[in-house]
Design a protein around this ligand. Structure first.
Ligand SMILES: Nc1ncnc2c1ncn2[C@@H]1O[C@H](COP(=O)(O)OP(=O)(O)O)[C@@H](O)[C@H]1O
Ligand SMILES: [Mg+2]
Length: 339
């Protein structure tokens, strides 16, 4: 478990990432003003509907994407101030695992070659050393050493995902961004892979950014959870607080929509049906981006962006109307609550 006063593994301030729209005339605001830090050894969960910018945040955390604006501090070193060489070394310790178990595995390479590839790129180790390290990594992820001679097509999805984890271990990662890493796996083996992530964290002290649209997965593994909506964080707090007593109407909506029953202690009483489609990140709504779908919305919500407030200890929210106990009860007649 992490302590709040530990220096962060990564610190993100006012991050924005924009892409040109398909016809090139407009901008997609994929991430729009997000600030947070990930603490050593913690699991930082990120949830939100598809298109809310989760993967874009994740890719920025490992340097696969450059921010349009904002700052990133890796282990205390500002990215903007790093030389090309320093950055090459620093970013090795910030790794990413993807949803598709085949994404990082070359079908024509043996598992051993896939495992040693990141070490070859990093340099500084003999062939024998790389082989030994790779075989040890295989054992750490619960696979037998003789798997090393096989090819990806001979492995199950779960085994391939284990190999993908083993691949990054020799780089002594500080942070692993896990983007929907169990989404493509059979439901029956998701639990074992999540347990493997937990075990490795206990023994290695690595931090995770755990991104998933599946709330029950994120709730199972995360210390804190960030809730994304249209490129922004609307809520960020300890897992129990976010799941048991959510502060933001959007979080309540997400939890209500959860198809798989959450464990009893993670269930909460409020129900809310999310109506309408997620608006376009090219032209996000003014004020609070959620106001077009929010039953609590009043005048101010469409004109003024809510502040990012800490309303409970270590628990932040961007909502004009919520209180430390969550949004006020809605009147039964559907009348708009007072501002
Ligand atoms: N390379 C890209 N070029 C253009 N638009 C992109 C690109 N990557 C993501 N987007 C857009 O940015 C928004 C956020 O995408 P993404 O980060 O993948 O969301 P999520 O992972 O939450 O589903 C979406 O509207 C998506 O279409
Ligand atoms: Mg994604």
């Amino acid at each position: 478990m992490s302590r709040a006063d530990d220096a962060p593994v990564i610190e993100v301030r006012d991050l924005t990432v924009r892409f040109p729209s398909l016809d090139g005339t407009e901008e997609v605001r994929a991430v729009d003003g997000v600030s947070f830090e990930i603490r050593p050894g913690e699991t930082f969960g990120v949830i939100g509907e598809s298109g809310s910018g989760k993967s874009t945040v994740g890719r920025t955390l490992v340097g696969l994407l450059d921010p349009t604006s904002g700052s990133l501090t890796f282990d205390g070193a500002d990215r903007a101030g790093m030389s090309r060489g320093d950055w090459r070394v620093a970013r090795r310790r910030f790794q990413m695992i993807f949803q598709d178990p085949n994404a990082a595995l070359n079908p024509r390479m043996t598992i051993l070659d896939s495992l040693t590839e990141p070490m070859r790129i990093a340099g500084g180790r003999s062939k024998a050393e790389m082989r030994d390290t790779a075989l040890t990594a295989l054992e750490k992820v619960g696979l037998r050493r003789d798997m090393a001679q096989r090819y990806p097509h001979e492995l199950s999805g779960g085994q391939k995902q284990r190999v993908n984890i083993a691949r990054v271990l020799p780089l002594d990662p500080r942070l692993i961004v896990c983007d929907e890493v169990v989404a493509a796996l059979d439901v029956s083996i998701r639990g074992e892979i999540l347990n493997l992530f937990k075990e490795l964290q206990d023994s290695l002290g690595v931090a995770y950014a755990f991104i998933a649209h599946d709330i029950s997965v994120v709730a199972q593994i995360s210390d804190r959870i960030a809730v994304t909506y249209l490129g922004q964080f609307v809520e960020l707090g300890p897992t129990e607080g976010v799941i048991d007593a959510p502060l933001h109407p959007y979080t309540i909506a997400l939890l209500s929509a959860e198809p798989q029953p959450l464990p009893a202690h993670l269930r909460h009483r409020r129900r809310m049906v999310l109506e309408g489609d997620i608006p376009s990140p090219v032209n996000p709504p003014s004020g609070c981006r959620f106001h077009t779908r929010c039953p609590w919305a009043t005048e101010i919500c469409s004109t003024q962006a809510p502040e990012w407030r800490e309303v409970r200890p270590d628990h932040r929210v961007a909502c004009h109307h919520t209180t430390p106990d969550g949004p006020p009860p809605l009147p039964a007649d559907g009348a708009v609550p007072a501002t």
